[in-house]
Each structure stands twice: as structure tokens, then as C-alpha cells.
Design a protein around this ligand. Structure first.
Ligand SMILES: *Cc1c(COP(=O)(O)O)cnc(C)c1O
Length: 228
């Protein structure tokens, strides 16, 4: 199957309210370009430097899509990140939120952000602890920052052999999402729940995801996986 065929197949398969973030890591501009040419709307990058390169190489086509940061954001890369990314999915502390806000204020740009939750409490993964009080506190912290707009939650979830095993983690993330939404924090508009990857997106959608981040099912296997 070609990238085009994979994109079209997935588009048919997923409900209309679900959008795909292309997980672009280790992919060439040709590969990303092919996906954009058949309607991909969001490109997700794990690293600022790779995103910059991809953005430049894609030229005009880069401006047709939204760019999401889906990897951990280092504070010293924020200025560069804000040049490429429309949305940062990986805010996991008030300190990071404040640092992004400070840079966004300088360029007078409102930045949509998501909170990343480490739903499996894995020591190797970034994200906030999956404790509601901590997440609500961070959401309230973001709500007080003039140049950030909290619009979603994101989780990667444990990597398991059988994707069914990740279902309870997705369910828990959705519960946190609903609870936070019902709390009605000012200046917070939770619209997006970003969860599910190639082996788990169907389950994630069943559990309430409306953004799925897909690499392998679109582009084929990566030679090595930097972000595992
Ligand atoms: C690589 C990556 C994905 C996509 O993974 P696949 O299994 O190739 O679909 C999704 N989210 C993040 C954060 C990633 O790093």
C-alpha cells in the first residue's frame, strides 16, 4: 500500500469528528508531502529541529497544514518552536507553561496548548502524573496565562503487546478530560483529546479520542524508533 492509499483507507475508517496528526518522526519531506497531498491536515513533530527542517523543505505546502509539537519541549527551544508549531501538545508543568507564555507574549501570539498526562505513571515517559488534583492545578495555572489557551489533553499511554490492555488508560484519560471540562475553568476550552497511535487508535477512538497520532499505519515501519 502507498502512503496515499493508507491515508484514504484511514480516513474512511475513522469517524468524521476524529482528526489525524501525522507522526512525522524519521520521515522524509516526500513522504509527508504525499500525505498532505491527499488531505492530511496536521503534522506532528517530536523535535523542534526536525520540525524546522521539515517546514522549510515543504515550502508552500507547510503553510497548508497545522503543526503540533508531540514530543517533550525543552525550554531553550521555545522560541524556535513557536516559529513552527501552531499547538504544543506536551505541556507538563506550570514552569514550562510560564516559559512558553513569556515567549508568546513577546511575539503577541496566542498559543493553543494541551496538557500531556503520563497516564501509566511510567518513569520513562514525560507528562503530568495522572492525579486529577495535579492536573486541575496545572490547568488553572495555564488559565491565568494571557497568551496560552488550554484546548486539550494528550497522552501516549503504556506500550503494550495487546492494544486492549491500553483501553483502561484511555478510559481514565477521558474521565479526567470530562471532569476537567465540567469544572469550567475560565479561559480554558477543552476540545481535543489526543490519544491513540497506530496499534491503538481504534480503541482510543472508542474511548473518546478525537485526535489520533499516526505514523506506522500511514508510512510503514520506522527503521528505528527514537521516541519509544
Ligand atoms: C511516534 C509517535 C506516534 C506515532 O506512533 P506510531 O506507532 O508509528 O503510529 C504518536 N505519538 C507520539 C508522541 C509519537 O512519538
Amino acid at each position: 500500500m502507498t502512503i496515499k492509499e493508507n491515508c484514504l483507507k484511514i480516513k474512511k475508517e475513522i469517524p468524521d469528528h476524529v482528526r489525524v496528526v501525522l507522526a512525522a518522526k524519521l520521515k522524509t519531506a516526500e513522504e509527508i508531502s504525499e500525505a498532505i497531498s491527499v488531505g492530511a491536515e496536521i503534522v506532528g513533530e517530536n523535535y523542534v529541529q526536525e520540525a524546522e527542517k521539515m517546514y522549510e523543505t515543504l515550502g508552500e505546502q507547510a503553510k497548508k497544514v497545522k503543526w503540533h509539537m508531540i514530543g517533550p519541549l525543552q525550554k531553550n527551544k521555545i522560541n524556535k518552536a513557536l516559529k513552527v508549531f501552531d499547538c504544543i501538545e506536551t505541556i507538563d508543568s506550570v514552569e514550562l507553561a510560564e516559559a512558553v507564555n513569556k515567549r508568546a507574549e513577546v511575539i503577541k501570539r496566542e498559543v493553543p496548548v494541551f496538557i500531556e498526562i503520563n497516564i501509566g505513571s511510567e518513569i520513562t515517559k514525560s507528562g503530568v502524573k495522572p492525579e486529577y488534583e495535579i492536573i486541575e492545578k496545572l490547568a488553572k495555572g495555564i488559565s491565568g496565562l494571557d497568551y496560552l489557551k488550554l484546548e486539550g489533553l494528550m497522552t501516549v499511554g503504556p506500550r503494550v503487546g495487546d492494544p486492549e490492555e491500553v483501553r483502561p488508560y484511555f478510559r481514565k484519560t477521558k474521565e479526567i478530560f470530562d471532569k476537567l471540562r465540567n469544572t469550567g475553568i475560565p479561559n480554558v476550552d477543552l476540545k481535543y483529546l489526543s490519544m491513540g497511535m497506530s496499534n491503538s487508535y481504534k480503541i482510543a477512538i472508542e474511548e473518546g479520542a478525537n485526535l489520533v497520532r499516526l505514523g506506522t499505519v500511514i508510512f510503514g515501519e520506522r527503521r528505528c524508533d527514537l521516541a519509544s
